[in-house]
Design a protein. Structure first.
Length: 78
């Protein structure tokens, strides 16, 4: 399964939204209706799924689905 599909599945599961709303430019807060607790839970779920740690200062920069994908891909290449 590609990273985008894994990330989408996590978002759909955690936020209970339709997969069609989950696009790379969708903002977790503004477009997907996530609050700060939802975002923290999403970050923890991404950390578990991709076996990585996202420091708080980096997590604060993850605003869109695309930001999350970019961060994951950056770590995979490191």
């Amino acid at each position: 399964m590609a990273n985008i599909d894994k990330v989408k599945a996590i978002i759909v599961d955690k936020l209970g939204i339709d997969e069609d709303k989950v696009t790379t430019d969708a903002s977790f807060k503004d477009d997907l209706g996530a609050d700060s607790l939802d975002i923290a839970e999403l970050v923890m779920e991404l950390e578990d799924e991709f076996d990585m740690e996202i420091p708080d200062e980096e997590a604060e920069k993850i605003v869109t689905v695309g930001d999350a994908l970019d961060y994951i891909e950056k770590l995979e290449k490191a």
